[in-house]
Structures are given as C-alpha cells and as structure tokens.
Design a protein around this ligand. Structure first.
Ligand code: MG
Length: 289
C-alpha cells in the first residue's frame, strides 16, 4: 500500500467512525491509574495518579508549585450585574433567604461585619436554589489571625453542584500540595499561579463552570469544565475536570457519579473562620452535545 492510499484510508475511517470524544466534545482524556499500597499502620492506602502525577503529591520535583503572582490593587472585585441572582449581599435577610444547612434547616454560620463567617462544626452551607452551568462570583477572606499550617490554615471551599470543590485556603506563604492550594480543583488540578492575597484581606473568585453531562446509564459523556480567575488573575484555563474532587483518602479523589442537572452551591466548614461576601451567580445554558 502506498503512503498516499494509507492516508486516504485513515481519513475515511475517521469520517465513518469518529472517536466518541469528538462526538461529545469530551476533551478530558487524562490517563488515570490506581494502585493500593500498605500504609505505615498496615492499612491499605489507595493511590491515584493523574497523567503520571500522584494525587496530593508533596514532592515539588514531581509536582512543582505554581509560581506566585501578586494581583493588582483592587483586582477582582465587582458589584453584581443587573441580571445576576444575588446569593449574599451582606445582610442577615439574604443569608436566611438563600442559604441553609445541609439538611435544609437554618445554618449556624454567622454574619460578622457584613460578611458570612464559617463556624466550626456548624457544617457546610448550601443554597436553597439549585444551579448547573453558571458564572459565579465569590469574595472570601482567610482569618487575619493566622493559625495552623498547610491544609489547616484558612481552609474552606466553594462547591459547584454540592460536590466539585474550588479550594479556598490561605495559600499566602503557606505551602501545601499543589492540587490542594487556593484555586485548585481539589485533588484534580492545581492553579496555574498562586495569586493569593494576605490573610485577612478580601479576595475574589470568578468561576465559569459547565456542568458534566451523563448518559442514561450514568456514564459521564461530557466532563465538567472550569475557568477560574483569582483576584482577577487566570488560574484555571478551561480546565476539564478529570473526575470528582471528593476526598478518597490521602492520595485519591472520587470519580464522577451521575447526578441531577442542577444542585446547590455549597461553602465548606473545614473548622476555620473563613469569611464570604458579595456572592452572585448568573446561570448559563448548556451547549448541545
Ligand atoms: Mg477545602
């Protein structure tokens, strides 16, 4: 067979049988491997590797930390546009109207100086309303009184669809694994850069999220995507979320599991008094498959 004939046959095969990923625009094709090893205590530990890098890898020669970028003064703050749904405007009234605890009851989080503060052991809060694909603006501040280190310092989280976490952490001169620092899609994708402001200072996330799509068998046919700006700086560039961000042990994250098209937005209680303000959302239409 000549090279020319082989090329024509290859092109013909692609036209007749397009790869499934092309048909569904499923751009996320990470190579994910797992293995179980014995931990120091003799218990099994599940290790997950995404494109050859261990989840929550702390060795910076294998998982380099994102470079630090100082955001511009005032970058990232914005009042809600006219078509946004305001989820929190600083008032007790908007908190009670739009947010509940995880069981749908009143939450024990508190309003301090017009900000919503996470209360230890009060649990996550979530919106009464359900959302799918959206543009979400959130402003947050890690505690000015620095306590703890690594994952224990200013930890909270912004959860899309109650499960896909954009990590909130005081990552200002506070080292942790790259896929768990501020702006990481937890355990799945580190931020491009570290644009954290100092503890106590207000910061912002602008998140453009497209929900995952599942087929009738519950298999994901289009993965979620995230574009995230941290204090006006791009930190996730249309990142295709390779799977869930739920905790599955120290070195593994959860997989996709079919769920409804819309679910609440949630903020995490991780035991640290992280504050939130100026939360608004604009719903986005899903693009056809
Ligand atoms: Mg968190």
């Amino acid at each position: 067979m000549t090279t020319h004939t082989a090329t024509i046959l290859t092109l013909a095969a692609l036209i007749v049988c397009p790869p499934a990923a092309m048909a569904h625009e499923d751009q996320g094709k990470p190579v994910i491997t797992t293995e179980t090893r014995k931990g120091d205590d003799g218990k099994d530990v599940l290790y997950m590797f995404i494109d050859g890098v261990k989840v929550h890898e702390t060795d910076v020669t294998k998982q380099p930390l994102p470079p630090v970028v100082k955001p511009g003064e005032g970058n990232g703050f914005s009042t809600p546009p006219s078509d946004a749904i305001v989820l929190f405007d600083g008032s007790e009234e908007s908190f009670k109207k739009n947010w509940t605890d995880t069981k749908g009851g009143p939450s024990q989080w508190k309003i301090v100086d017009g900000a919503l503060e996470s209360v230890k052991r009060a649990g996550y809060i979530q919106t009464r309303e359900n959302f799918g694909s959206c543009q979400l603006h959130v402003e947050w501040a890690a505690p000015a009184n620095v306590a703890g280190e690594g994952q224990g310092r200013g930890n909270s989280g912004v959860f899309l669809m109650n499960q896909y976490e954009v990590q909130v952490l005081d990552s200002y001169e506070n080292q942790t694994y790259a896929d768990g620092q501020a702006g990481a899609l937890y355990g799945r994708s580190k931020p491009l850069v570290n644009a954290c402001r100092k503890p106590g200072e207000w910061q912002s996330y602008d998140i453009i999220f497209h929900r995952p799509v599942f087929d009738e068998q519950g298999k994901v046919v289009r993965r979620a995507t995230f574009t995230v700006f941290h204090n006006g700086v791009l930190i996730q560039d249309h990142t295709v979320l390779s799977g869930g961000t739920g905790w599955m042990g120290p070195h593994a994250a959860s997989e996709y599991k079919a769920h409804p098209d819309k679910l609440p937005i949630a903020f995490q209680d991780h035991g640290n008094p992280v504050r939130f303000r100026n939360v608004w959302i604009r719903e986005l239409k899903d693009k056809p498959l």
